[in-house]
Design a protein around this ligand. Structure first.
Ligand code: GLU
Length: 477
């Protein structure tokens, strides 16, 4: 993906950090301390598979321990390497600070093609990788808490949690050693959709500020906006689905690894996803839209909103000048390189940066971790008490209306909604919405409040770096 002259992913993140840090009143020593990656552990381990020993290489990088545990996903892909893991760990640090999840930043990765192995083999490999990390406290509820990332999901997290429990039989908080587990294994409702849901909440908040939308030359809300989505994995799928089904956005293109589906009238995301599940993850052959194998060209389509939700570095020096979207939300980590970012900004595009845009995942991970440590599901104590209180009010209103002959009729829809106490899913969504709104407004204050800040990425870094600096300073550094 990299074009000649482009820095590595890690360098790109560093350059973005430095652009913001240069505007801050902070000693170079502290800047350096915040920027550098604390440690990266490389593990090579063997697993007996298909009659022979296969050796795998994995990483767990800890970028910053200004707060512990440190947090970040584990990626399974053949392209995983140290530079990438360190860049992603750094982004985790900044992301956690921005959305106020009380964690430092970390990331893990395993060089593997997850499609090449069956479930039983994947379990053996995952448990062995987890074993290597657990015995070094690189997975631990108090020190380092992984989560899903590209190529991993609930299944892998459940194996990791079980592996930790087997190795720490008396740790009452064992379940909190990893997040993104399935609900039946200590997970939380709404974690799978969380990153995509966060993208939706971020966009809703953006459009609540007409003057911000206007900076991208856009008016109105999400309704009818023409959207191009790259990547229909967990993040892209949920983001596109919610924007289409709940906000009335028109998804005109969906890009995947074998090409792009196009329809100017809008695509049905659920229908496409069902097609992909049945067709080996491929778009080709989908009967209800136009298919083209040139996915990269579709990034350059005329649209209102571009959502890169796949890999890093997809918008680079080689194509940035041709990207037409006035608004880009980075659902993936690092989809725009440092150089491309500059080209897009000069052209006037508004970029909602990754560390904010995709923070929904780690936010709900935080809720899951808290749930595991408190050993009780959210809402369990309050739900019925809340319902009883609401019922009291409704019954009193109805009694008053009858007594006074007022003829008031509460609509059945209102009554049903009002009488229903919040369960875990509703509470998780409420907490996520609140987090996304608060973080946007923290960035916005810097974006609008400072003459020398022209874009949301620099604003995000400034908010986040100042919080990390405060944490270091209170530790005596
Ligand atoms: N891998 C996700 C991310 O990049 C989630 C991390 C987490 O939940 O800890 O933000």
């Amino acid at each position: 993906m990299n074009v000649a002259g482009e820095p590595s992913f890690r360098d790109s993140v560093d350059l973005m950090f430095k652009r913001a840090a240069a505007l801050m009143d902070m000693s170079p020593g502290l800047q350096e301390k915040i920027r550098v990656c604390n440690s990266t552990y490389t593990v090579r381990f063997g697993v007996r598979l298909r009659g022979e020993i296969k050796t795998f290489t994995g990483y767990r990088s800890v970028h910053s321990e200004h707060m512990e545990p440190v947090k970040g996903g584990i990626r399974y892909a053949l392209s995983v390497n140290q530079d990438e893991v360190e860049a992603l760990a750094a982004l985790m640090t900044y992301k956690c600070a921005l959305v106020e999840t009380p964690f430092g930043g970390s990331k893990g990765g395993l060089c593997i093609d997850p499609r090449a192995w069956d479930a039983q083999e994947m379990e053996l490999i995952t448990r062995r990788f987890a074993y290597e990390l657990i015995k070094r406290d690189l997975i631990n509820p108090a020190q380092n808490v992984p989560a899903p990332d590209m190529g991993t999901g609930e299944r892998e997290m459940a194996w990791i949690a079980d592996q930790y429990a087997r190795m720490n039989t008396t740790d009452i908080n064992a379940k909190a050693c990893v997040t993104g587990k399935p609900p039946h294994a200590g997970g939380i409702q709404g974690r799978v959709e969380a990153t995509g849901r966060g993208v939706q909440y971020a966009l809703r908040e953006f459009f609540r500020h007409p003057e911000d939308a206007l900076k991208a030359g856009l008016t109105g809300g999400l309704e009818g906006k023409r959207v191009v989505v790259q990547g229909l994995g967990n993040v892209g799928y949920h983001a596109a689905k919610f924007l289409y089904e709940e906000d009335g956005a028109r998804v005109i293109a969906v890009i995947e690894r074998d090409g792009v589906l196009l329809d100017d009238k809008g695509l049905d995301i659920e229908d496409i996803r069902n097609w992909m599940t049945k067709n080996n993850g491929l778009l080709a052959g989908y009967p209800r839209a136009t298919f083209s194998p040139d996915g990269a060209a579709a990034l350059e389509l005329d649209c209102d909103l571009l959502i890169p939700a796949a890999l890093e570095g997809v918008i680079h020096l080689g194509n940035a000048a041709r990207i037409k979207a006035p608004l880009i939300i980075e659902a993936a980590n690092g989809p725009i390189t440092f150089g491309a970012d500059e080209i897009l900004r000069q052209r006037g595009a508004v970029i909602i940066p990754d560390m904010y845009a995709n923070a929904g995942g780690v936010t709900v991970s935080y809720f899951e971790w808290v749930k595991n440590l408190s050993h009780i599901r959210f809402g369990r104590m309050q739900r019925r008490a809340e319902e009883a209180r609401s019922r009291l009010l409704v019954e009193e209103l109805e009694r008053l209306s009858a007594d006074q002959g007022l003829g008031w009729q509460l609509t059945p829809n209102f009554k049903q909604k009002f009488l229903q106490g919040d369960g875990e899913l509703e509470l998780v969504r409420s907490g996520l919405d609140d987090t996304m709104r608060a973080a946007y407004n923290a960035m916005r204050e810097v974006w609008h409040g400072r003459q020398d800040v022209q874009d949301l990425r620099v604003a995000a870094y400034i908010v986040s770096i100042s919080r990390i600096a405060a944490a270091y300073q209170s530790k005596g550094l």
